[in-house]
Design a protein around this ligand. Structure first.
Ligand code: IPM
Ligand code: MG
Length: 371
């Protein structure tokens, strides 16, 4: 199989984590006889610095011509605390979501048995947790009309949803529930918000087409609490843009590190794959970021290409590194491996260059000497 992949390295740790995903994709290509071609393009703070535009037109062009987009992370602290900044790195991200019509953001939560001790929750709460969040990504308050009054004393963000925007993502969530545990929870704030009542109405109507799926409804404040109290009750979560942003960050840390969580954004054109984490500027250039969120996003890309066996192999490689304590600094601050080393290890495992009789001593040599 031959695929063209647009690579948006982005800011902070973005380039370091995508570099590891490319090593893994190259190992997949070599081992399984595929051809992946990469085109790097600019977005975010790095694009503002070089072109003045967080989403340059060439980037849009390259993404539209590609079979998939691999994204690192965007964001830079110099813009975060400046409410007057006219351009922001995040405009690039929101812009590409809109241009590619990536209306459905899929965020699975996987619990790795070897990392249970790192979770903020007790181990007993985590057993059997296996959920996936379907977050609407191109509508709602993120994209509604925004305004600040001329006197500067009031501001408005409008939240709008249409039935068709809700239906298209709801269908995808229902279909996924059918091949999972057949449970779908709509998270909303229907006791207060008109848009949430529309979400409930549309989902209730669609439910009859998916009679094998058990549908439940939960207010977002309760859902935030239930995610901590009893996360195993969830199977497929469906929710609007803003609630999905918040609930998915909450869910991701249950696995022990935000650095592990992948995501796929799909729509009508080409799909985009990115870790959930941000650009983590404090770690940029230090080779300490966790590349697993990006590498697991790459596994989701392989699934999207229909390369299921390859995707499975990548996931096996990730589990193997975690089980054998080949982990980055966020997981073990004393005995850790560098981002680049972990990328090589995972790529080598994917390419069957590491067997179970692995020479641990050789790998030990690549461990950090910072103690
Ligand atoms: C995410 C991020 C983005 C969002 C930011 C960077 C604009 O938090 O992908 O979850 O809010 O969607
Ligand atoms: Mg977020």
């Amino acid at each position: 199989m031959k695929k063209n992949i647009a690579v948006i390295d982005g800011d902070g740790i973005g380039p370091e984590v995508t570099a590891q995903s490319i090593k893994v994709l190259d190992a997949v290509a070599a081992h399984y006889g595929h051809e992946f071609h990469y085109k790097h393009c600019l977005m975010g703070a790095v694009a503002i610095d070089q072109t003045g535009n967080p989403l340059p037109p060439e980037t849009i062009e390259i993404c539209l011509e590609s079979d998939a987009v691999l994204l690192g992370a965007v964001g830079h602290p110099k813009y975060d605390n400046d409410p007057n900044a006219k351009v922001r790195p995040e405009q690039g991200l929101l812009g590409i979501r809109k241009v590619l019509q990536l209306y459905c953001n899929i965020r699975p939560l996987t619990i790795f048995p070897s990392l249970l001790h790192l979770s903020p929750l007790k181990e007993s709460f985590l057993k059997d947790v296996d959920l996936v969040i379907y977050r609407e990504l191109t509508g709602g308050i993120y994209f509604g009309h925004k305004e600040t009054s001329t006197d500067g004393f009031s501001s408005t963000d409008t939240c709008t949803y249409s039935t068709s925007e809700i239906e298209r993502i709801a269908h995808l969530a229902f279909k996924n529930a059918q091949i999972r545990r057949k449970k779908l929870t709509l998270i909303d704030k229907a006791n207060v918000l008109e848009t949430s009542r529309l979400w409930r109405k549309v989902v209730q109507q669609l439910a009859s087409q998916y009679s094998d799926v058990a549908v439940s409804y939960m207010f977002v404040d309760n859902a935030a609490m239930q995610m901590i109290l009893n996360p195993k009750q969830f199977d497929v979560i469906l929710t609007e843009n803003m609630f999905g942003d918040i609930i998915s960050d909450e869910a991701s840390v249950l696995s022990g590190s935000l650095g592990l969580a992948p995501s796929a954004s799909v729509g009508n054109i080409t799909a985009l794959f990115e870790p959930i984490h941000g650009s983590y500027p404090q770690a940029a250039g230090k080779d300490i970021a966790n590349p697993i969120g990006s590498i697991l996003s790459t596994a989701m890309m392989l699934d999207y290409f229909g390369l299921f066996q390859e995707a499975k192999r990548v996931r096996e490689a990730v589990s193997w590194t975690l089980e054998n304590k080949f982990v980055t600094k966020d997981i073990d601050p004393i005995n850790f491996y560098f981002t680049s080393t972990l990328g090589e290890l995972i790529a080598d495992y994917v390419g069957h260059k590491i067997t179970d009789q692995v020479n641990h001593e050789n790998i030990e040599l690549r461990k950090s000497t910072v103690i």
